[in-house]
Write a protein that binds this ligand. Structure first.
Ligand code: PLP
Ligand code: TYF
Length: 392
């Protein structure tokens, strides 16, 4: 049976990491996979996570099963983090999932159960796994105009004009903040406009919030989502603790359902639990237990927030520093990098130029031209600026 299978298509980002690992050049630079790195090139365990882990080791008495929804304390923490001070807070239900990816898939499966004719609208240029996850769940996929390749920002008019066509059989997927792969986020006014369109035309918003805290800080990054949740009867949210808690491999995330009433949100949650049972059954506990401990302890919450702000500020500093270094060399072609949010920026470099960066400078950039600014070290900026100018 296996011999009849056609070979798998490699993941463009994960396979780039494998090639990078075999590169022997000392000055090599990995701007591919979306992980945060400090100035030593390491992805550290955050201090609050280490402290919570230490405490967990001393207090945990069993590894017995938790349940289909994972930790309900964690689920409530995610509802508090994303929906506090909105009308949605009291009509939301949550399910712990294996990473934000697990949440995307469970919510996609739920949509298919609710309506097998659902079409999901994705931003034109979106996270590499959005389309495969939606299609694997049996949903149809459409793209709406999003990234303007000239301005390197969102083309809001084109986006809103296209979304006018979305109706009751449609789900519109939005990136909560720090758009992957472009770094171009929608304005607060665009959140308001999309909310009004959803209410008028009946499509369901689905927000993928994978980077809250990495753009302009927790409050500002969540403001658009909160506005929408406050002003809409139903929506879905996939969230991830991979980046902002540094829990990548622990697979920690949640699917949140906002209903017109709490019982309806809980009904949707019940259906997700049935879907989970038919898949991975129960999510891994460790990461969620740590996040729950941190967010229910004011001292640990403060430690976490402080480090998150430090990471966010570092990314802003790296963006500015790269743009300044380029400007000092007489290049303003990449000044948009300072305006982008979160880890990524879409550079607009062609595949040939990306290959030159790799071959001539040992700089690894995803084939579509995305750079992970959060993977840079301060001492690499000058070399990156020179390389960008040489190939551009
Ligand atoms: N959604 C977006 C937009 C992402 O960039 C990612 C990747 O990090 C995910 C979801 C999935 O994250 P996780 O590692 O938590 O599954
Ligand atoms: O976009 C990224 O780089 C991260 C990590 O199949 C990632 O979201 C990359 C590829 C993949 C899953 C996650």
């Amino acid at each position: 049976m296996f011999s009849q299978l056609s070979p798998a298509q490699p993941d463009p980002i994960l396979s780039l990491s494998l090639i990078y690992n075999t590169d022997q050049r000392d000055h090599k630079m990995d701007l591919g996979i979306g992980v945060y790195r400090n100035n030593h090139g390491q992805t550290p365990i955050m201090a609050a996570i280490s402290q919570a882990e230490h405490r967990l080791l001393q207090t945990q008495t069993t590894k017995s099963y938790v349940g289909l929804a994972g930790s309900e304390v964690f689920n409530q923490c995610m509802i508090d983090l994303l929906l506090a001070d909105t009308s949605a807070h009291s009509r939301a239900a949550g399910v712990q999932t294996p990473g934000g990816s697990g949440a995307l898939r469970m919510l996609a499966d739920l949509m298919h159960v609710a309506n097998a004719n659902t079409t999901v609208w994705l931003t034109d240029l979106s996270y590499v796994n959005h389309r495969p996850v939606m299609e694997a769940a049996g949903l149809k996929v459409k793209y709406y105009p999003y990234f303007d390749r000239d301005t390197k920002q969102v083309n809001t008019d084109a986006m809103l004009s296209a979304l006018v066509q979305a109706g009751v059989n449609d789900v519109v997927l939005l990136h909560g903040c720090c758009h992957n792969p472009t770094g171009a986020d929608i304005s607060f006014e665009a959140w308001q406009a999309i909310t009004a369109l959803a209410n008028k035309n009946g499509f369901m918003p689905f927000v993928d919030m994978a980077y809250i805290g990495f753009g302009d800080g927790l409050e500002q990054d969540g403001a658009g989502l909160k506005f929408m949740a406050d002003n809409i009867e139903e929506m879905m949210i996939a969230t991830s603790c991979s980046k902002n808690f540094g829990l990548y491999r622990e697979r920690t995330g949640a699917a949140l359902l906002v209903g017109d009433t709490l019982p309806n949100a809980q009904k949707a949650k019940g259906r997700i639990l049935t879907l989970a049972r038919a898949s991975y059954t129960m999510p891994p506990d460790h990461g969620a237990a740590l996040v729950a401990d941190i967010l229910t302890d004011s001292v640990l919450t403060a430690v976490w927030k402080q480090e998150l702000v430090m990471m966010q500020q570092r990314i802003i500093g790296l963006r500015q520093s790269l743009v300044n270094t380029l400007a000092a060399k007489g290049c303003d072609q990449f000044s948009f990098i300072a305006d982008h949010k979160g880890m990524f920026s879409m550079t607009g470099l062609s595949p040939e130029k990306i290959m030159r960066l790799r071959d001539e400078f040992a700089i690894y950039v995803v084939g579509d031209g995305r750079i992970n600014v959060a993977g840079l070290q301060e001492q690499q900026i000058d070399a990156l600026a020179t390389a960008l100018m040489t190939v551009a």
